[in-house]
Ligand binder design. Structure first.
Ligand code: COS
Length: 378
């Protein structure tokens, strides 16, 4: 067993770190405040290959693998969690279209996702009453000649107002998971409109919207994979997505812990730095230990995906552990900052707001435990 990163993985990590620390981190508070990711940040991610880290070079990707993707996600999230989730969903959408689209569809979307010209990809699975249980979705797609016509609404859609392409799941058959198909839908398709913007607690730089489909026609070739095979595609994509969100949570917690360590060394109480207090030392020791455990779990899942073996259980373990640990670490980092941590003068309040959703989206912690226990008890 080897724990060292390869040369290529180290290069991706260093490039992502350099860009994230120089060009994103100094603007993270403004991204949160203005609720918008600047265009040059998206351009920079694309130039570094971070919109298609695990996609083949033949489709414009960096072909650097899943461990490299995890490393890059961590670095971007350490600088700005909103930018990181935009990157995560774009990579996920690129991978779905590359794996399940026909040649024409892959060529139409994947290179333009990777080079940034589509701005972002968006994953339209959840609905108002179908989040943890996507098998209950109501959006429909019916065949009409050589087209599919989509009707319904989606909710909680990351980058819904600026992504150039959506992967949309819709009911093509019976009730439940077996009657669902997936489609690649360009954002300028007539009949597709952007709905309400969510006013969120955190990740405020990343837009989250509803989408409405009214007689939205896409060609037959927009179908991804098999007819009625969409639920499996969603589950496979979410397995990979969970590695991304675990990595995002780790990156946010790394930023919070670094800030707490810096503050604890500087801040004096009772004539000594806070870092001399055992209560503070234990929070820092536990935080660093949990972060390392989260990193190891996530890298194991990433390396299994890279090797092509089934990794659903391991991705769920990585996600539930990393996101729950990251929440505790961010909370302790804020506690170490005392009252200052509760103000916008310090970044820890943003980290705490941003990290909270990682325990919810791409499968709640409760859903991860369902995935793990079903597999363990099988
Ligand atoms: N990879 C491949 N196939 C999978 C799979 C996976 N990880 N998970 C399930 N499937 C397949 C199953 O094998 C089954 O097919 P067969 O009957 O042919 O074997 C089919 O999909 C249905 O699976 P299952 O019966 O387990 O579906 P459930 O409705 O019980 O759902 C959970 C299972 C809870 C795991 C699923 O609904 C889930 O992950 N929910 C969370 C969704 C989510 O993350 N939402 C957030 C969206 S992004 S913000």
């Amino acid at each position: 067993m080897r724990f060292e990163l390869t040369e290529e993985q180290q290069l991706v990590q260093a490039a992502a770190r350099g860009f994230a620390q120089e060009r994103i981190a100094p603007r993270a508070a403004a991204i949160d405040h203005d609720e918008k990711i600047p265009a040059d940040v998206l351009d920079g991610l694309a130039e570094l290959g971070l919109f298609g880290v695990n996609l083949p070079e033949s489709l414009g990707g960096a072909e650097a693998g899943v461990v490299a993707y995890h490393l890059a996600m961590r670095e971007v999230a350490r600088a700005c969690a909103s930018t990181a989730v935009t990157m995560a969903v774009t990579n996920m959408v690129g991978e779905v279209i590359a794996a399940f689209g026909d040649e024409e569809t892959r060529r139409a979307f994947v290179p333009r996702l990777c080079d940034g010209s589509l701005r972002a990809g968006s994953f339209a699975l959840s609905e108002a009453e179908a989040g943890s249980d996507p098998g209950a979705m109501r959006t429909t797609a019916r065949r009409d000649g050589d087209a599919w016509v989509i009707d319904g609404s989606k909710q909680w859609i990351t980058s819904g107002d600026f992504a150039g392409v959506f992967v949309v799941w819709a009911r093509t058959g019976d009730a439940g998971p077996k009657g669902i198909s997936a489609f690649a839908v360009p954002s300028d398709t007539p009949g597709l409109s952007v709905g309400r913007h969510e006013d969120k607690m955190g990740l405020r730089g990343s837009s989250t919207t509803a989408l409405h489909f009214e007689g939205c026609r896409v060609p037959a070739s927009a179908l991804l994979g098999e007819l009625h095979g969409g639920f499996r595609i969603a589950m496979m994509a979410l397995d990979g997505g969970r590695i991304g969100i675990a990595s995002q949570a780790i990156g946010i917690a790394e930023a919070a812990l670094d800030a707490a360590i810096g503050y604890a060394k500087e801040r004096q109480t009772f004539g000594e730095p806070l870092a001399n207090r055992q209560a503070i030392q234990w929070m820092i020791a536990d935080g660093r230990t949990e972060l390392d455990a989260a990193i190891l779990l996530t890298q194991r899942a990433a390396s299994m995906k890279e090797r092509g073996v089934r990794f659903s259980r391991e991705a769920a373990m990585a996600k539930v552990y990393a996101t729950e640990a990251a929440w505790r670490i961010c909370d302790h980092a804020l506690q170490i900052h005392g009252g200052y941590g509760y103000t916008k003068e310090y970044a820890v309040e943003r980290h705490l707001r941003d990290v909270r959703v990682t325990r919810i989206y791409e499968g709640t912690s409760e859903i991860q435990r369902i995935v793990i226990s079903r597999d363990v008890l099988r």
